[in-house]
Design a protein around this ligand. Structure first.
Ligand SMILES: Cc1cc2nc3c(=O)[nH]c(=O)nc-3n(C[C@H](O)[C@H](O)[C@H](O)COP(=O)(O)OP(=O)(O)OC[C@H]3O[C@@H](n4cnc5c(N)ncnc54)[C@H](O)[C@@H]3O)c2cc1C
Length: 315
């Protein structure tokens, strides 16, 4: 029977919602146990959040000063050591964190990684998107080795929180940590807006905005809707917004309940990022724009007229 270890992603003492999505994927594997591993300097609050997730059997914590910042070189050997306690699967979200850490874990365990799991077909058989989401491939890993996989979080809803109270255990790992990689500093944009990757609503702007100043109308609508702000690559490349707002194949893959695409044509590389969005609303002056092929609601017209009208119409 499968025994799954999920590597918790967290920042500033809070569990990232991508971990709860990983738990939902793990449930599909029908395992005897789904354990969550929290590596942190002070894991208590994060572990308490993980313990509440429906489907979690046990939360394992490793409290070490070296775990104050998630460095792949430091995290990976600890995950690989923890995995040796009879785990058949090691999973992490297919976020920047998981993509950074898990290949190292796979290498340390001497196995190939399965990336971007979007459907579980069997304990070692999975579906995953390839060619920017234009094709889905079914992959099968050898059943005799530990399965190391990243989970495409947009494909899974977060496991419910609150009804579970899994036990939390401190794990003693005898692992020598590397000294060649150390934390120097974190440079990150400060924003009071919801996080783009996990927001329930996202308002995105494209090349049509024409300037960073004009993007203010996107922020104004987003604020009214309590939404995160996203952008197309063309808007990012033109310098209208920072690159961490990019949605799409080479940006963020997101699955909000509501996605509003404004002045975005709907190139395949952009659509890859919103394939799992719930309701898609598009505003574009070109009625033939490809975005309207996937939009649930479309407004054909000039965004500079329509967006302010929409913003003032929203309560
Ligand atoms: C390898 C690769 C990876 C890529 N990755 C990504 C990615 O991750 N994300 C991404 O977004 N793109 C990505 N791209 C780029 C992608 O192919 C498109 O070039 C890009 O998405 C276009 O951005 P856009 O829709 O904002 O601009 P455009 O395609 O120029 O579209 C602008 C739209 O605005 C409309 N418009 C203009 N003026 C107005 C107005 N006043 N009112 C209303 N509508 C108006 C136009 O009708 C048009 O449809 C990638 C490309 C490659 C080759």
């Amino acid at each position: 029977m499968s025994k799954i270890l999920i590597v918790a992603e967290h920042l500033d003492g809070k569990l990232n919602p991508s971990t709860a999505r990983c738990v939902t994927c793990a449930k599909d594997i029908q395992a005897a146990a789904i354990d969550v591993l929290v590596l942190a300097a002070d894991p208590a609050a994060i572990a308490a959040e993980a313990a509440k997730l429906d489907g979690v059997t046990k939360v394992l914590t490793v409290a070490r000063a070296e775990n104050a910042h998630a460095l792949a070189a430091v995290v990976a050997p600890q995950v690989a050591a923890a995995a040796k306690a009879g785990y058949t699967h090691v999973l992490a979200p297919s976020t920047t964190f998981g993509k950074d850490v898990l290949p190292r874990v796979a290498a340390l365990l001497g196995v190939a990684q399965v990336s971007d799991i979007s459907t579980v077909e069997g304990t070692h058989t999975f579906k995953r998107p390839i060619y920017a989401g234009n094709a889905i491939v079914t992959v099968e890993a050898p059943a005799g080795s530990v399965l190391v996989g990243t989970v495409r979080t947009a494909s899974y809803a977060a496991a419910a929180s609150g009804a579970n109270a899994a036990p939390v255990e401190a794990l003693a790992l005898d692992v020598a940590l590397p000294s060649h990689t150390r934390f120097v500093g974190l440079a990150q944009g400060k924003s009071d807006r919801p996080d783009l990757q996990s927001a329930a609503r996202v308002v995105s702007g494209g090349r049509a905005l024409g300037s960073s100043d004009a993007f203010k109308i996107i922020y104004a609508l987003a604020d009214k809707l309590g939404a995160a702000v996203g952008a197309s690559r063309a808007a990012v490349d033109a310098g209208y917004v920072p690159s961490d707002l990019q949605v799409g194949q080479t940006g963020k893959i997101i699955a909000p309940e509501l996605y509003v695409a404004i002045g975005i044509s709907g190139a395949i590389q952009h659509l890859t990022g919103i394939k799992d969005a719930g309701t898609i609303v598009a505003i574009n002056k070109d009625a033939e724009a490809p975005i309207f092929e996937i939009a649930d609601y479309g407004l054909v017209g000039d965004l500079f007229k329509l967006v302010p009208e929409l913003t003032s119409a929203v309560g």
